[in-house]
Design a protein around this ligand. Structure first.
Ligand code: ATP
Length: 333
């Protein structure tokens, strides 16, 4: 039996449907990423799980109990927000202990937990500082520590890394993942960044316009997209989805799987983008479809150069042109 379940949840804001029939079973200790573009309903779903927003219909179950109408405090869930949400006038240790005091946990227990958690997030030497004296990365660690110290088994995170620079984000991704695994936390993590979701989550729920587009492991979403939306969302850069000359179906091939050769489809290079480790070519086909191709960094191409491209049949996906759902996958996991 699953530990945490979302059962046919709908959310209406007047006549606008923010979430449509969302169901999800989460296992204990699982890391689930809620992924999707801005406005797809990720934060609304997280707020419903936290109890900050009621669903219009549907149920939330935790450990076999219906908590749909239970208040946030009684759900035993911790939260970490993008904005850190720290009290500016309280020190690091006071911020971390604040929730424990509110729950009337004994001082000796509070101090023991504080010591452990400060070590866990490497903030022991910073415990008397105010948030304004800390970098963004350290503030986010305080917010993580505050969630962990509560010892709630479920943690919800809403874009916790989006205020940090790229290098720090990459470091914190690893830290959060390790913390989650070592503590056995069940974690629901909202992000619009597919790299974050792919590199951290056990499973990803990809949302668009309030509906689940695909639910699966990062490998499943990458190798076996169920529709063109997933194909176009996952991967950096994402999959090319295009129409071949004189065909109607949509073809999906990843930029890294297209080869340049002496024969194949003719195309014209319209842009080159140097990335250090590789170069991305934007190529226009005869029917004006555009494809991206990832080539080795040492390969040089001129604008307007004519090239020929092909790919292995086993790297190709086919989608229905009408409803954009998958017809065939050649790709194995
Ligand atoms: P972002 O990454 O931009 O925060 P999101 O995927 O988290 O996007 P939500 O914040 O869940 O999206 O919003 C989903 C949709 O519901 C949006 O179109 C938003 O405008 C709408 N919405 C959210 N809250 C309300 C509200 N209180 N009243 C009316 N509409 C709302």
């Amino acid at each position: 039996m699953s530990y945490f379940s979302i059962d046919k949840v709908n959310k209406q804001f007047e006549d606008f449907t923010a979430l449509n029939n969302i169901s999800l079973e989460v296992q204990q200790g699982e890391f689930i990423a809620l992924l999707g573009p801005s406005g797809c309903g990720k934060s609304t779903l997280l707020r419903i799980l936290a109890g900050l927003e009621p669903p219009t219909s549907g149920r939330i179950m935790i450990d076999g109990k219906d908590v749909t109408k239970v208040s946030p405090a009684d759900r035993h869930i911790s939260m970490v927000f993008q904005s850190y949400a720290l009290f500016p006038h309280l020190s690091v240790k006071e911020n971390i202990q604040f929730g424990l005091k509110a729950r009337s946990i004994k001082k000796s227990e509070r101090d023991a937990r504080l010591k452990d958690v400060l070590e866990l997030v490497s903030l022991t030497s910073q415990q008397d500082k105010l948030p304004s004296q800390l970098s963004g990365g350290r503030c986010q660690r305080v917010a993580l520590a505050r969630a962990v110290v509560s010892k709630h088994p479920i943690c919800l995170m809403d874009e916790p890394l989006s205020n940090l620079d790229a290098k720090l984000r990459a470091e914190m991704r690893t830290e959060i993942r390790e913390l989650q695994k070592s503590l056995g936390l069940t974690l629901i993590y909202v992000t619009h960044d597919q790299v974050e979701a792919m590199s951290m989550a056990d499973r990803i729920v990809l949302l668009n316009k309030g509906e689940i587009q695909q639910l699966g492991t990062p490998q499943q979403l990458y190798s076996q997209p169920q529709n063109a939306f997933t194909a176009r969302f996952i991967g950096s850069p994402a999959m090319n989805v295009f129409v071949l000359p004189e065909q109607t179906e949509l073809i999906g091939v990843r930029p890294e799987n297209i080869r340049i050769s002496d024969e194949g489809l003719m195309g014209r290079v319209i842009h080159t983008d140097y990335h250090g480790d590789s170069t991305l070519l934007k190529v226009s086909l005869l029917n004006d479809s555009k494809v991206l191709i990832k080539v080795d960094r040492w390969q040089q191409f001129d604008k307007n150069q004519v090239i020929y491209i092909n790919w292995k049949q086993s790297d190709q996906h086919k989608f229905c042109a009408k409803n954009e759902t998958i017809i065939t996958h050649s790709v194995t996991l």
